[in-house]
Design a protein around this ligand. Sequence first.
Ligand code: FAQ
Length: 318
Amino acid sequence: MSEEQIKNLEAEFEARIARDEKIEPKDWMPEKYRQTHIRQISQHAHSEIVGMLPEGNWITRAPSLRRKVALLAKVQDEAGHGLYLYSACETLGISRDELYEQLHSGKAKYSSIFNYPTVTWADMGAIGWLVDGAAIINQVPLCNTSFGPYARAMVRVCKEESFHQRQGYEIMLKLCEGTPEQKELAQDALNRWWWPSLMMFGPTDAESTHTEQSMKWKLKRKTNDELRQQFIDQTVPQAEILGLTIPDPDLKWNEERQSYDFGEINWDEFWQVVKGHGPMNKERMKARVGAWERGEWVRDAAMAHAEKQQERKDKKAV
Ligand code: FAQ
């Protein structure tokens, strides 16, 4: 293709983005647009799959049948989210095997939040309330993202996340209405999950490498700092209803900005976790790779069955 032709395609692509048209897998797109979508969508898919592990830890220990059923359904939803997202990513010309290989070899990132341990039942409440709450704030704008398969996957994901968030908040509410020890468990979980939840939104806008370009392509519709602020403003009143204290002495309502000011995030901790040195990074990867290896016989059996069926079909056709 001549340079002139590529320039025309780029101009048409930019015009479509400006008109808020969806870009579909077979449409022409700049290589960097394709690559940045593979990066974000695959990290998102990996996060959903690895994100099942901290909660999976509690399915057998949920305190009642009702809680167990709800948690089981939530964790299953997360598997489903991972699968829609891997499928959306595959439409960009990368295979599922390559995506798994990137995760299992440690090349691909997944959300920092899933590298923290879930030590008490209250952590199930805190994850639903805070982690799914943050995920909703981050993902609602993605329903409007420019790449069609990602935007459509996000519509269903957000509906399910909303059930997850309520499931978590209900656990927190029950604990806070319970004995002083139960309320203490809820406060302890909030203390441990608050700051990592703020880190989920990524580095500050000043430090973010991808935000500027991703905003131009309408992949991201809001910046990391905007979403983080929205999360804080929405969550603080919810903590007040629970009667819990946000573990930030600098948290203060700013009348002029009509928003909360908040304390400094520990970015050293964030980057340590992102680079693989968080409290649970090694365990998470060991569990993922182990599950993949233990599932090999199932994949082999499914392939052998498919081949046999095909052979039978071919024989009948002769
Ligand atoms: N953890 O330039 P930016 C969920 C990396 S799903 C690890 O700002 P970007 C559901 C970033 O990749 C949670 N790495 O990057 C659930 C980049 O590195 P790279 C996941 C992070 O992409 C709930 C570098 O830092 N959600 O919770 C993180 O423009 C409960 C520079 O950052 C999504 O993936 C982090 N927190 O903005 C499941 C949503 N933040 O790639 C189970 C979609 C940044 O150059 C239980 N993704 N990095 O090597 C996004 O919205 C964006 O990708 C951001 C990051 C906002 C996460």
